[in-house]
Design a protein around this ligand. Sequence first.
Ligand code: SF4
Length: 288
Amino acid sequence: MEVIVDKNSGFCFGVANAINKAEEILSKKEKLYCLGQMVHNDEEISRLENLGLITITNEEFKQLHNCKVLLRAHGEPPETYLIAKENNIELIDSTCPIVRNLQKKVKKSFSGLEDNDKLVIYGKAEHPEIISLAGQCNNEAIVVKDEKDLDKLNFDGSIKLFSQTTNNPENYNKISKEIQKRLLNKNNDLDITNSICRDVASREGILSDFAKENDIVIFTSGKNSSNGKMLYNQCIKVNPNTYFISSVQELKSDWFSKSDKVGVCGSTSTPAWLMEEVATKIKTFNNG
Ligand code: SF4
């Protein structure tokens, strides 16, 4: 059995940068908190927690004083920075530069809205990046996760549209067209910002080719990773023999036979060490 790990899968630079910063501080044996899960991957969280990283909730953050807290790549709303200032918390701000830039754009667009205009963000309301973006406009942005959500919008003004960076470009295009259609009836404009991360957008095509080249695909990702779900769907679309796993323990030997070419890949939040571990385990299966 041939087993290959996709060299294009794994941490995007935003996540890699945040993890590097955490490792650097933890290596000096300093106490470090992380506001929210560093990355949507339980295996990597456990590794970092074993190094000493303490993951905290927003409520726990409010109670802390005089300490170091790392802000992950997804970014934070302005309120977080205010609390840190009041509580003398040193922030290790690891907001991805792409997200930071998007936060600025959202803030600027929101301040330029006229009566009845709306700022709409395509994404999941509970996703940390969306919380960080909505915070740039006093949580007055309208967050839509699908076309059905558009029914809660009235189209009596122009719309400025943004997307969560990890969304599927095709779906963003579809929702943009639907908004455009509904606005045209009322003679209002749509201003679309292409805010999908290029790293994410380019991975779909690359991963599709990888999935096609292999008989079996083992897609490794945290179950709560949006990017993971999107890329897994892409893999299974082109190769029905794709399995989604989050840990080595979920592998089943009867998925494989000796003549198979197996590809191991993952999302932008999957650590390379985990994909290597998965590949090593698969090689131990020796089915006929
Ligand atoms: S997916 Fe893109 S925008 Fe999001 S953290 Fe990674 S590099 Fe930054």
